[in-house]
Design a protein around this ligand. Structure first.
Ligand code: H2U
Ligand code: ZN
Length: 349
């Protein structure tokens, strides 16, 4: 019998077909519960130097409107451009290239410079979800766009340039690599079982109750069985929908609630503004039948043992595959134990 909490083993990521090495015996040492000295970073609600704050000037000279909830604009330094000509290049099958067209946008989640998602109230987060849905629908109207990536890069440790709460959307003419892997895995499962891969996975996880963190009427947040990052999580919609455009008002409210609860728990682990890269994976658009796709959202946080001790994907992980010490079950348990009241609020009150 394979003992998940003693024996080194690999786990299969059913969404990508890749593996992760789990070395649970290495974390037998008791949990240190190490928390850095509380540095309550105080940011002003408005920063005259911030390019995202209302009424401020951006790099291209545009002045932001006096927005009151969320605000979207085309990235002034877009990585993808709309007017790129369609070209292919192939030299002896050895040098291959292809032009890529796209549209990149930035979304300010709130006019408040001093907030982050977990500190915003549910209504404000709902406004962000609404905007994501609206942007997705609008971008998908362009026939040439095949994939729309909605994501957030949070924290200086993740290379985020500005603490003002914001995310990005990159829409492009081809389906990117991570999405291609998940597409193939989900299609195989759907053809074989007549059910979405994540519906079946969710049923199993809800029966087992070993990795579930948030469970409400429409969404579940859990630590996936194959998580590679120490506190990696996955939000899955209970209803099998292939993209965000299909969410009802009730589902959007529940998604906002799920995002709030999950990110508050994250911040509470180390009493710090918890950095991560998070993003939705959903069906490609203008690309035929996508009924095998099941909307979900990944959170990849880089922290390992404290607000400052980061996990690096190096050595064996660059050469072979990701490896982790604390088990996904341990991480889920720790996240579940966290309060759903933000530590800053608790300090104040
Ligand atoms: P980060 O989330 O990685 O910090 O990126 C913020 C984006 O904001 C970044 O892609 C854009 C940068 O190009 N930006 C503008 O569009 N206008 C500006 O005035 C500054 C930054
Ligand atoms: Zn700001």
């Amino acid at each position: 019998m394979l003992n998940f909490s003693d024996h080194p083993h690999t786990r299969l990521n059913i969404l990508t077909g890749e593996k992760v090495l789990v070395s649970p015996h290495r974390s037998k040492r008791p949990w240190q519960g190490q928390v850095e000295d509380l540095v309550l970073e105080q940011r002003p609600a408005y920063d005259p130097e911030c390019y995202l704050c209302p009424g401020n000037k951006r790099a291209d000279g545009t002045v932001n409107p006096d927005y009151t909830d969320s605000f979207v604009f085309v990235n002034d330094f877009s990585a993808l451009l709309q007017d790129t000509p369609n070209e292919q290049y192939n030299d002896s099958d050895l040098l291959q290239a292809e032009s890529e067209r796209g549209i990149c946008k930035v979304i300010a989640f709130s006019p408040r410079h001093d907030l982050t998602l977990p500190e915003m109230d549910q209504e404000a987060i709902e406004a962000v979800v609404d905007l994501w849905q609206q942007e997705f629908a609008d971008l998908a109207k362009n026939e040439w766009i095949k994939y729309i990536q909605i994501f957030e890069n949070k924290g200086a440790i993740m290379g985020c340039s500005n603490p003002h709460p914001h995310g990005q959307i990159w829409a492009q003419g081809n389906v990117p690599v991570e999405v291609q892997k998940e597409d193939a895995q989900q299609k195989n499962y759907f053809v074989k079982h007549g059910k979405s891969l994540l519906s079946a996975y969710l049923d199993l996880e809800l029966r087992k109750q070993e990795r579930i963190i948030v469970d409400n009427a429409h969404f579940v947040a859990l630590v996936p069985f194959w998580a590679a990052w120490p506190y990696e999580t996955l939000i899955v919609s209970k209803r099998h929908v292939s993209n965000i455009a299909e969410f009802t008002a009730e589902e959007k409210a529940d998604l906002a609630k799920t995002l709030q609860e999950l990110t508050i728990r994250y911040d509470n682990i180390f009493s710090t503004s918890f950095p991560y890269s998070a993003g939705m994976h959903q069906a490609s658009v203008n690309n035929g039948d996508q009924s095998h796709w099941h909307w979900h959202m990944h959170f990849y946080p880089p922290l390992l043992r404290s607000a400052t001790v980061k996990k690096f994907m190096v050595g064996y992980e660059m050469m072979a595959n990701p490896q982790r010490d604390i088990t996904p079950e341990f991480a889920a348990d720790l996240l579940k134990k966290q309060s759903t009241i933000h530590y800053k609020t608790r300090q104040d009150g």
